[in-house]
Write a protein that binds this ligand. Structure first.
Ligand code: CA
Length: 392
């Protein structure tokens, strides 16, 4: 099996309604998709990056990495990762280079699985589960009233998540004063009752002192983790918060490679590490990050924001992730890994795959066909592609 061509697609799609996180307005969604085509005409799919501009990532793929991969066997992704990373480490250990490498790595794992006729989870050593409990990410701030504390709207969203079968949910805080955001979280807790697991994400909106205040309130409301409480580069505040927080501390979606996670985990910053496969280095790097976390007793739950391709990649690694710790009684969140399931409208998640990855009573089945186990709908790909598709 040899690589004949590498194509990039920049997909952009409007969403039904705009919304705010604690850091900014989302009025549409985008995904950078990579297709690696072999000489036999088999396609492997990957995705790279999340929020930032995709053009630098495309340049890294087109100008730096793709010329070195043409003619190579894609079934040795970890070997290619080391070679490509070492060629650019002087200036490419974070950011677009690693997002580019992530996309290419995922696509090569897809091809390896297709070549051997097995899902990626088998190549990773074997699946521990064939479906994963999902948690619903939502409770964003509406664009038509982001600063309002609107318990009615939050209760309605909580009800719709309960109807979908979610037993775990994650909300946003950090845009409003702490007292108002805690009123929002109280409304959600009241709506879902005590048996639903709740987590919260502030997108690094706080300094250490404010994060401590928030953590105390979240403990009172029995939240299960406090995600990105402080800026990701402020490891000392992460560590100080974790030392005293009554709720577990989560983070890592802005971190890159085993080296970044070795620092984050080694400094004692998090209880839950959240690498994004499309950012941190793909599936090859996930394996190293997971090992670092496992040795430290830290749980690894992938961050997911992308299209159906990124979601499929996360499902494969989640299938192959052992409980933390391995035990006879598995309980989602307590020791079983869970799947982040974005509940905002995203046509790139919903429509890009011919068999969309869907929720069934709060759980998601892991595709069992070779590679990522999904097929990209080329009509949908063309419809949302805003590039004159670049092929190398
Ligand atoms: Ca997050």
């Amino acid at each position: 099996m040899r690589i004949a061509a590498i194509r990039t697609y920049l997909l952009k799609a409007p969403t039904k309604s705009a919304f705010y996180s604690s850091q900014g307005l989302f009025s549409g969604r985008k995904s950078l998709i990579v297709e690696i085509v072999t000489e036999d005409g088999i396609s492997g799919w990957g995705e790279g990056g999340q929020y930032g501009p995709a053009e630098p990532v495309i340049a890294c793929i087109r100008d730096a990495f793709a010329p070195r991969l043409i003619g190579a066997d894609p079934r040795t992704p970890a070997k290619h990762w080391e070679s490509l990373y070492s060629s650019y480490r002087d200036f490419g250990t974070r950011g677009p280079y690693i997002e580019a490498l992530s996309a290419l790595d995922i696509a090569m794992w897809d091809l390896a699985g297709k070549s051997y006729g097995v899902p990626i989870s088998t190549l990773l050593g074997g699946a521990y589960r064939d479906e994963v409990t999902a948690y619903g990410t939502g409770f964003y701030y509406p664009a038509d009233g982001p600063t309002a504390v609107d318990p009615g709207r939050l209760r309605a969203e909580a009800d719709s998540k309960l109807d979908a079968g979610f037993t775990a949910m994650k909300g946003k805080i950090g845009l409003l004063p702490v007292r108002d955001d805690m009123r929002r979280m109280e409304a959600i807790r009241e709506a879902v009752g005590d048996d639903v697991a709740l987590m919260v994400d502030s997108n690094h909106a706080y300094n250490l002192a404010t994060a401590r205040t928030v953590a105390a309130e979240l403990g009172r409301l029995d939240f299960r983790w406090f995600e990105e409480p402080v800026p990701p580069e402020d490891k000392a505040s992460y560590r100080a918060l974790r030392d005293t927080s009554p709720v577990p501390v989560a983070g890592g979606e802005a971190e890159f490679t085993r080296y970044g996670f070795a620092e984050l985990i080694g400094a004692g910053c998090v209880d839950v590490a959240q690498p994004d496969l499309a950012v941190a280095g793909g599936i090859s790097e996930w394996q190293k990050i997971h090992t670092i976390a496992q040795v430290a007793g830290v749980t690894v739950i992938p961050h997911i924001w992308g299209s159906g391709v990124a979601l499929a990649a996360a499902l494969q690694v989640l299938a192959a992730t052992p409980p933390n710790p391995y035990t006879a009684m598995t309980v989602p969140l307590q020791n079983e890994p869970v799947l982040e399931f974005d509940t905002t409208d995203n046509p790139l998640r919903r429509d890009l795959l011919t068999d969309p990855i869907t929720l069934q009573q709060g759980r998601v089945a892991v595709p069992a066909t070779p590679g990522l186990g999904v097929t990209v709908d080329r009509d949908v790909l063309s419809r949302f592609d805003v590039l004159e598709t670049a092929a190398v």
